[in-house]
Write a protein that binds this ligand. Sequence first.
Ligand SMILES: [Zn+2]
Length: 128
Amino acid sequence: MEPVSPLERALHTARALVLADLVADGVAEADVVSLVEESVVARRWWVEQWPDGVEFVAGLIAQDVQDALLERYGRWPLCPVCGGGEPHALDVEPELGADPHWVCHKAGVRVAAVGSLGPAAGGGARGA
Ligand SMILES: [Zn+2]
């Protein structure tokens, strides 16, 4: 058995967190999952160049997937906090930092940690 490096652990965790949020929103289809895999590959390379960035991969992968989904599917994840008005996506904060959260800049609130979108959004616009 090969030892699991901190980098691989961080990537594994990041992948699981972003997938959990995709599942929570019902968008974890095969082609969407492959967007996550592409981002994991790209960020593995990125952290190999800059090992201090290992804590940032969850937030970065969330943003990569968000950008990729915007091109193919539209905004994700939609803000569950603001009722009415124009639908808008949440943003990852910090963009480059540890402990990333989804925030709504319109309402100025932290909605959920990346990976915890499901329970936080459960009472939102989609209904239960
Ligand atoms: Zn909002």
